[in-house]
Each structure stands twice: as structure tokens, then as C-alpha cells.
Design a protein around this ligand. Structure first.
Ligand code: FAD
Length: 256
């Protein structure tokens, strides 16, 4: 076979468009631990899932572990989710388990892809499509466009449900507020994270997963930021439990 430049280009373009989702059941914004865990359960249930990640790499805050030590700690209650993901933690005593950060990201990503979720990396969500007072899709652009501050119009993708898994920044929830729409947080605004309290924080990010605006859900650290929960430091069980919880709630609504 003789390599031909245009034939290579053609295959890149054709395969990209073949795989590119214009209509999704669920759009997840952010490929950190909560967004990836959510995508696994939703894709596994047979729904079409697109995960938009503005960086080239997936994993969000997993890579840095705690203070750049690449060791991830997970508590025993999250072990069933690790088992679902085919990931083994190492027993560290007293109900704690550890994983290498690189192992956690790569195995999580691989499992999510095998379940059929599409990861769209290098693509950021910069706005929402809102019709008749409900979210009906996301507005996307290449992250390189905003980094280079280019004046380029974005494109729209339809989705029946949208999940904000953007972590501390809760970027998608802020988009709703900045447009003046009513919001489910107590004060009607972003409450902001509270100081560290691991026990309450881990519970909070699971118990407060909810639909903050019709068809817009929030999971992971974005839950703490939106509803004013305590931060919990470098333990990741709450993140994947929060991802699983949002998947259950979204699937329940989609089945109605
Ligand atoms: C300053 C700091 C403080 C931290 N404090 C805590 C803490 O108190 N408790 C704790 O458990 N962990 C903390 N962490 C660790 C870590 O961030 C989280 O535990 C964990 O990674 C959060 O998971 P997540 O899934 O909610 O979001 P993240 O892992 O943060 O993932 C969010 C992803 O969304 C992507 N994203 C954001 N906006 C967009 C957009 N518009 N379009 C597309 N993609 C987007 C980001 O690139 C990122 O990959 C902290 C990290 C940092 C940097």
C-alpha cells in the first residue's frame, strides 16, 4: 500500500462525522470522576451519551491526587462502583482503599468508552439551548477557539438531559444564572463551597444531586459549589457515587 495524504485526511474527516452526535439523550459536561461515572451507567442503560471535555485529556482532578501525590483514596462504600468499572482498589486498612491516579483515569475512561459513551475532548460547552423554559441542548466550540480568543460562532447539539459535571467552577449552572433564569438553589444563586469537612462533604455531594433547572442536573464538586456543601479533600468515593446517583435520577426521568 502507498500512503496517500488525502486518503488519510478523508478517513479522519469521514470517521469524525460518522461518530459525531448531533442529537443525544444525555450531554455530560466535564470528564472528571463524576461525569465519567455518570456516563458509564447512562450509556450502559442504552442511552446515547456525549461527554464534552474542554481539555485534551480526560480525568479532571484525578491526575493530581492530593497535593500532586498520585494516589487516589476511596472508601469502602464506593467499592461496588469500582467493581462495576472493573477497577480493583488496594486495601489500605480501616475501610480505605487506594488506587494509582493514572490507573484510575485510564481504566475509568476505557470502561466508559466500552459502554458506548462518546468522549468529545478539546470541546467546550459555552452556552445552553433553552426552549419553553427547559434545557434542550448545549452550545459547543473547540476550546482552542476561546484560548486563542477567536471570534468564531459555536454550534448547537440537542440533548434531552444535560449534566453539569464541571467541578468547582459549576460552569453550566452559572450559564443558566447569567441569563436570568430561575434556579433551584435555596438563595436562587450559586451558594459557594464551605470549608473542609470530609464526612459531611462526602454525604452532601451524593444527597444533593438534583435537577437545578428543567433538564439540567448537577453532580460531583459542582454540587458542593452550587448548594454550599463542605469541601472534602482528596477522597474520591463521593465523586463516583454522585455520578452514579445523577445517572439513576436522569434515567428515571428519561423513562417517563
Ligand atoms: C483548587 C482545588 C481544590 C480542590 N478541592 C477539593 C475538595 O475540597 N474536595 C475534593 O474532593 N476534591 C477537591 N479537589 C480535587 C478534585 O478537583 C475533585 O475531587 C474531583 O476531581 C472533582 O470531580 P468532578 O467530577 O466534580 O470534577 P473535575 O474533576 O473538576 O472535572 C471537571 C471537568 O470539567 C471540565 N470542564 C469544565 N468546564 C467545562 C466546559 N465549559 N466545557 C467542557 N468541559 C469543562 C474540566 O476541564 C474538567 O476536566 C480540588 C481540586 C482543586 C484544583
Amino acid at each position: 500500500m502507498k500512503e496517500n495524504e488525502t486518503e488519510i485526511t478523508k478517513r479522519i474527516m469521514e470517521r469524525f462525522w460518522e461518530d459525531f452526535p448531533l442529537e443525544l439523550d444525555v450531554a455530560i459536561i466535564g470528564a472528571g470522576p463524576s461525569g465519567l461515572a455518570a456516563s458509564k451507567y447512562i450509556a450502559q442503560a442504552g442511552k446515547t451519551v456525549g461527554i464534552f471535555e474542554k481539555k485534551l485529556s480526560i480525568g479532571g482532578g484525578i491526575w493530581g491526587g492530593g497535593m500532586l501525590f498520585p494516589v487516589i483514596v476511596v472508601q469502602a462504600e464506593a467499592l461496588p462502583i469500582l467493581e462495576d468499572l472493573n477497577i480493583k482498589g488496594r486495601d489500605a486498612g480501616d475501610g480505605y482503599y487506594t488506587l494509582n491516579a493514572v490507573e484510575f483515569v485510564t481504566k475509568l475512561g476505557s470502561n466508559v468508552i466500552d459502554c458506548g459513551a462518546k468522549i468529545l475532548n478539546g470541546m467546550e460547552v459555552e452556552d445552553l439551548i433553552i426552549k419553553n423554559d427547559e434545557v434542550s441542548g448545549v452550545v459547543i466550540n473547540w476550546s482552542a477557539v476561546s484560548i486563542a480568543r477567536l471570534h468564531v460562532d459555536p454550534l448547537g447539539i440537542r440533548a434531552r438531559a444535560v449534566i453539569d459535571a464541571t467541578g468547582h467552577q459549576c460552569e453550566v449552572c452559572k450559564m443558566v444564572l447569567s441569563r436570568g433564569y430561575k434556579f433551584a438553589a435555596k438563595s436562587g444563586a450559586i451558594e459557594g463551597e464551605k470549608a473542609m469537612d470530609v464526612e459531611s462533604g462526602e454525604r452532601f455531594v451524593v444527597e444533593n444531586v438534583r435537577e437545578v433547572y428543567p433538564n439540567l442536573w448537577v453532580t460531583g464538586m459542582a454540587v458542593s459549589a452550587v448548594f454550599g456543601g463542605p469541601r472534602m479533600g482528596p477522597i474520591f468515593g463521593g465523586m463516583i457515587k454522585s455520578g452514579k446517583r445523577v445517572a439513576e435520577l436522569v434515567l428515571k426521568k428519561l423513562s417517563k
